[in-house]
Design a protein around this ligand. Structure first.
Ligand code: HEC
Length: 84
């Protein structure tokens, strides 16, 4: 049982489909969820056009706490840029 879930976790980490986006949501849960959930951030982004979200978020996250490294930031931006 334990081994099966481990294989599942490894398979989902390396799965090419949606891996980066899921990873972004996971990073968000770890580093950003003290103040608001991923769903709340998505809701606040509702007025921003999907196509403008990457640029909007890149600027926003320059000053928004806490700091993420570049790859974490890219993953979070990709996840938040997908319309829910
Ligand atoms: C210290 C509390 C706090 C933490 C930690 C925090 N946020 Fe926020 N966040 C807020 C508040 C308050 C707002 C609403 C006001 C504003 O826009 O600044 C907000 C708004 C947002 C928005 C809406 C942007 C918009 O255009 O209105 C996004 C996206 C967001 N946060 C992403 C993140 C991400 C990603 C992280 C982790 C790197 C994070 N937040 C961590 C407090 C926080």
């Amino acid at each position: 049982m334990r081994r099966i879930s481990l294989i599942f976790v490894i398979a989902s980490i390396f799965s090419p489909l949606g891996a980066a986006a899921d990873n972004g949501e996971e990073i968000f849960d770890r580093k950003c969820s003290q103040c608001h959930t991923f769903a709340m951030a998505q809701a606040m982004l509702e007025p921003v056009q999907e196509s403008e979200r990457p640029a909007h978020l890149k600027t926003f996250l320059e000053t928004h706490p806490p700091k993420l490294n570049d790859s974490e930031k890219a993953a979070v931006i990709q996840a938040l840029s997908r319309k829910k």
